[in-house]
Design a protein around this ligand. Sequence first.
Ligand code: BG6
Length: 505
Amino acid sequence: MTDNPLRAGDGNERVAPPAVLVIFGSTGDLAHRKLLPALYNLLVDGLLPSSFAIAAVGRRAETDDDVRAQARQSVANFSRRRLDEDRWRRFAAMLRYVQMQLDAPDDYARLAQFLAALDVECGTRGNRLFYLSVPPSLFPVIVERLGDAGLAREHDNFVRIIVEKPFGHDLASAVTLNEQIHRVFAERQVFRIDHYLGKETVQNLLVLRFGNGILEPIWNRRYVDHCQITVAETLGIGSRAAYYEEAGALRDMVANHMMQLVSLVGMEPPVDLHADSVRDEKVKLLRSIEPIGPAQFATVVRGQYTAGWLGGQPVPGYREEPGVAPTSTTETYFAVRLTIDNWRWAGVPFYLRHGKRLPKRVTEIAIQFKQPPRQFFQTPGEEPAPNVLVLRIQPDEGISLRLVAKQPGPAIRLQNVTLDFLYRTAFDVEPPEAYERLLLDCLLGDSTLFARRDEIETMWRIYDAVLARQHDDPALAIHPYPAGSWGPAAADALIAADGRAWRRP
Ligand code: BG6
């Protein structure tokens, strides 16, 4: 048996060890929509041991039963599987509530006693996972108090900490946060979550690239013309104005989730599949990306949606959303051309775009290949388009390859066709949710799918100058786009300047 998720065959070999999962921020949206349903599904799949407990931490005076009732709602509303009474009872028995103030040292001493008592009652052997699902301003104090209370120490048990994004808001703050965490936890204890790495199709990228013989030889500057990565969302910012006004599209999606995709598409083959071998290669790739300084600001387009139509309904503009400043210059769209300065990718641009309130929800990676050196077929019919390999991350997960074919008949007439592979039809199973996979890996101590310290800092370094200047440099001014459109015209101009065009997924 192996403990590496990328080499493991049958997921059921990977049952988690006994442990207590302590969730700070247990009444928040993430716990409610993602964490509790994911844990329930792990239990349904037989991947949680019977010696397992969940300590939900909150500030309010509540009881275990209150927390169980709320968790039941979460599972009923958001689990990918229906709530089953038998399993629910087993799950509910694992749940406990801990009331505490997150900055009160005495409360951490009480937490330590509570966890020690749980170890005796549930057989959890001192193994602990602390999940920080709280606003980032609270990360430092929680980490420090856990350290002071002796809760970060390992003997023959394990102690791990899971940190949610945003991991800092620029390079300097990420470095400071890493230092604060490292005063208490060693890097191997720190699991920085990027939920994109938990998506099945994202993990499949490595299998596609390194498990097939035909792709790797052409996965480079000799054959690839360029790469386009699109993360389009139809949703606006909902009730998250307070967070989003500070974050914007670059911090919210591009500098983390999308850069994970870039590093998996672009990295060299790792020497093996150990966590650090894979992450070493990802960091090497990120280090090859030219940071976007003022001289490269023209390769960036920042946009913001105005009122428009989506799905036949009128929707307000970003500045009209509740909680958003009427003069806000926060971007809800971000496009960039990245230059990767290494042997594999020199001269092959990577174009990234992400936006809220675009016409369609789709995440895809498109690798466009160079055209043949001569075009023989100058006949009526479709213009022969370049070959494109599209990895569809969501929805309708799959892979397609566009080719040029001859239409049946006596004359040579061309038609662009696609070879399609769809997960839904090829495998008759429902893939687990990203958080199921990531929580399980964390319990198993496998950090392959978590961001390492240097990975985070290298990602911020690429965008640091943009973040510092984005609200006052005219080269980074906001371009409005109507909700329901594919983004500002300036983004079309960015790619058109290179003689290329965005795909219409
Ligand atoms: C989150 C962002 O990290 O990812 C959201 O904060 C975004 O703004 C979400 O909508 C997208 O995740 P997914 O899994 O729906 O693509």
